[in-house]
Design a protein around this ligand. Structure first.
Ligand code: ADP
Ligand code: ASP
Ligand code: MG
Length: 408
């Protein structure tokens, strides 16, 4: 008998019929003799609907109250799924994050899980029940409801699998696994049977939202066996592997992109020690995360400095940069919130030269201008105008032959 954690995303529980379909899948696992813990998201669109309500209510959203509101979406689906399971003759019990005691820090809207009390869950499982737990939510030490950031139900699933030492954490979604790139942008994208943990982490952090980045981090920390698969079709999905089998690594495993970025530039800053600190310090003090950074020294001993932030932080960052510019005596501040970041990912890149030049050549052939470039051992990212997103991703997918069998 195995203990399995299954997480079902918003589309998979999008309406009554789909919840009944999920109940059937869960019951099937249960009837094969397994213990099953199920984590569910809110019905698709529900979290966005709740966010819009809050926006209509006030311009100054209180993050604690926002969490009280957003967490309701998942409370609906746990109850409905438990009802559907009972209808199928499976004893089931639903719990909110606070009831299980998924203890988090108090960072509302982006809380981190600190601890899970798995005792009540085990007790239910031992009595033959299926346990249905609300994803995306927890409770802080003072009893305040918290949420884990968008896509956070994935993290709930993985954290529970770690706490319960589950045989596997299965992430059920609306695609049948992890693809070489988002199949909505490149219909020819290929499903990967397996992907290394390192690559999955990189893909997620560079914008592939098929699993929340924190869930991947959590899985790595506790070595949770993780699989992504479809709730609508049968299949083995994609397994995230932990072994580093270098010999068999393909050069490029996939292409990730992020449409949520914006870039800002401060030009003609007198070049002296501490400039980077003076520019970026006030941005970090405002809790704005910085992604890529480029600094260039001109011949006249001034420096140009460009960096990217999340698009939601663009206006605020631009305002702060203007103030910094005045105090540093810089020449000009500018910005662009119509850019995207596109990244090639693959652990095999480490040992292969020429991938960057092939990438730049491919984009040059399509006459796509590169605004920024950054590289690491296992990824190359470029920033381009958002109008080129689909063209660039498709051209790169073709150039690196990701559609066919991988080049070894
Ligand atoms: P859920 O509601 O089940 O959590 P998400 O919408 O969060 O589902 O994630 C699934 C979506 O992720 C897919 O519909 C797909 O468009 C997108 N996606 C982005 N990159 C990839 C990728 N490399 N492989 C598979 N899906 C991807
Ligand atoms: N319902 C939350 C969201 O839409 C959490 C999740 O689906 O994972 O972001
Ligand atoms: Mg998701």
């Amino acid at each position: 008998m195995a203990l399995i954690v299954q997480k079902y995303g918003g589309t998979s529980v999008g309406d009554v019929k789909r919840i009944k379909n999920v109940a059937k899948k869960v019951a099937q696992y249960r009837n094969q003799g397994n213990q099953v813990v199920v984590v569910v998201s809110a019905m698709s669109g529900e979290t966005n609907r709740l966010l819009t309500l809050a926006e209509q209510m006030t311009a100054k959203k209180n993050s604690r109250e926002l969490d009280v509101l957003l967490s309701t979406g998942e409370q609906v689906t746990i109850a409905l799924l438990s009802m559907a399971l009972e209808d199928l003759g499976c004893a089931a019990r639903s719990y909110t994050g606070g009831q299980v005691r998924i203890l988090t820090d108090s960072a509302h809207n982006k809380a981190r899980i600190l601890d899970i009390d798995e005792t009540p869950v085990r007790a239910d499982l031992d009595e033959g029940r299926i346990v249905v737990i609300a994803g995306f939510q927890g409770v802080d030490e003072n009893g305040n409801i918290t949420t884990l950031g968008r896509g956070g139900s994935d993290t709930t699933g993985v954290a529970l699998a770690a706490a319960l030492n589950a045989e596997e954490c299965q992430i059920y979604t609306d695609v049948d696994g992890v693809y070489t790139t988002d199949p909505r942008i490149v219909p020819k994208a290929r499903r990967l049977d397996k992907i290394t943990f390192e690559e999955m982490l990189e893909m997620a952090s560079l914008g592939s939202k098929v699993i929340q980045i924190r869930a991947v981090e959590f899985a790595g920390k506790y070595n949770v066996p993780l699989r992504v698969l479809s709730s609508f079709e049968e299949g083995n999905g994609t397994v995230i592997t932990y072994e580093d089998s270098d010999v068999e690594q393909v050069k490029v495993c996939g292409i990730a992109f992020n449409k949520d970025e914006a870039k800002l530039t401060i030009q003609g800053v007198p070049d002296r020690p501490g400039v980077a600190y003076h520019i970026l310090g006030p941005i970090s003090d405002a809790n704005i995360e910085i992604d890529m950074i480029i600094q260039n020294i001109a011949e006249d001993s001034t420096t140009d400095f460009t960096f990217t932030v999340h698009r939601n932080d663009y206006d605020k960052a631009l305002e702060i940069l203007q103030v910094t510019s005045d105090s540093l005596g810089a020449q000009k501040v500018s910005g662009d919130n119509t850019i995207v970041k596109i990244s090639l990912v693959g652990v095999g890149m480490r040992s292969h030269a020429g991938i960057a030049s092939k990438m730049f050549g491919t984009l040059a052939n399509e006459r796509i201008n590169l605004r920024m470039i950054s590289t690491s051992e296992i990824k190359i990212s470029v920033v381009v105008d958002e109008k080129y997103l689909e063209l660039a991703v498709r051209a790169l997918h073709d150039a690196f032959e990701l559609e066919g069998k991988p080049e070894i």
